[in-house]
Design a protein around this ligand. Structure first.
Ligand SMILES: [Zn+2]
Length: 324
């Protein structure tokens, strides 16, 4: 069903016909420059136009956006096809509201983030806090990677504070390699080549700390990226599951103060990444350029996907050398 907001809601019957698990409701949005929004997520394949195809899985409607938002915008600006998927609907991710209304609110937020970044967004209708590394879910993830015909797949590392982050990572890892096996989920054509699988950065130390194999400057897109991310008011301004009503009061002056503060916090997050992963930035941009980079995002290469050469990394991340 098409609404004027660009929401594409799949009926269950359509989902079943498309080979998606019954009961999976998908909200997907296709940015304005794309062809008319297709009737289904399965048909929402990027054209075979020689451009890169990237799919990012986050556990909640904000994780893929934080982890890859800036780089996603850089890819999108070059005409590459990026899809951000939330594997749960985020329906317990707030201190004061829950259930369907929160899932709808958060879906609307990330659809708008996606529109601003120039990417496609999809939210799977699995309850927040309840995703499990099941065979059924492995099939869902495998199909999504195949349907996107992905060159690059990005997700959380498997050791992370939130069970949904851990199990989303496990599900994506379990789909690496299996996406190439013809008789696993034979209803969706298998990939001829295992994509490159990457992890987003995190602070966790055990069993191993995050290793920045690839780091990308996002200075050129930092302002529009922050503008896009700040659309997620339920999470950023109101504080999500651990927030409280005092964080974002109705008083306009207090609101303005909070908006300024959360924008700075978010910018600092990417500034810290630039400092922390400057050695990796230097590898790709050269020492002199790397010193000038203020904001960055970094990725670790997963062992279960294709192992890219340095040349292949530069093909998949066509950004190095564009720092002025
Ligand atoms: Zn999360």
């Amino acid at each position: 069903m098409q609404t004027r907001n660009g929401f594409s809601i799949l009926a269950l019957a359509a989902a079943a016909a498309l080979g998606l698990a019954a009961g999976l409701l998908v909200n997907s949005f296709h940015h304005a420059s794309a062809a008319p929004a297709p009737a289904s997520a399965a048909q929402a394949q990027p054209p075979a136009d020689g451009k890169l195809r990237i799919i990012v899985f986050g556990a909640h409607p904000d994780d893929a956006e934080y982890g890859a938002g800036g780089v996603a915008m850089k890819w999108a600006r070059l005409g590459h096809h990026v899809k951000l998927v939330s594997t749960t609907n985020g329906d317990i991710g707030h201190w004061g509201m829950a259930g369907g209304p929160l899932a709808q609110r958060r879906t609307k937020e990330v659809l708008e983030v996606g529109r601003r970044l120039g990417v496609t967004t999809e939210v799977l209708d699995i309850h927040d806090g309840e995703i499990m590394p099941t065979l059924e879910n492995r099939r869902i993830i495998t199909r999504l990677i195949r349907q996107w015909n992905a060159d690059v797949v990005v997700t959380h590392r498997p050791n992370d504070y939130h069970p949904d982050h851990r199990y989303t990572s496990i599900l994506v890892q379990d789909s690496a390699y299996m996406v190439t096996v013809p008789f696993f989920c034979p209803d969706v054509p298998h990939l001829r080549r295992n994509p490159v699988f990457l992890y987003t950065s995190d602070r966790f130390q055990r069993p191993t700390p995050f290793r920045a194999d690839i780091a990308v400057a996002i200075d050129d897109v930092i302002e529009p990226t922050l503008d896009a991310l700040l659309v997620m008011e339920s999470q950023i301004h109101e504080g999500g599951a651990n927030g409280n009503p005092n964080l974002y009061p109705s008083d306009p002056a207090a609101r303005a103060k909070r908006q300024k503060q959360v924008r700075e916090n978010l910018a600092n997050r990417y500034a810290r990444a630039a400092d922390q992963y400057r050695a990796t930035l230097a590898k790709f941009y050269g020492e002199e350029q790397a010193k000038k980079i203020r904001y960055a995002q970094a990725f670790e290469i997963c062992e279960y996907g294709s192992q890219p050469s340095q040349e292949e990394i530069r093909r998949l991340f066509p950004f190095f050398g564009d720092q002025k």
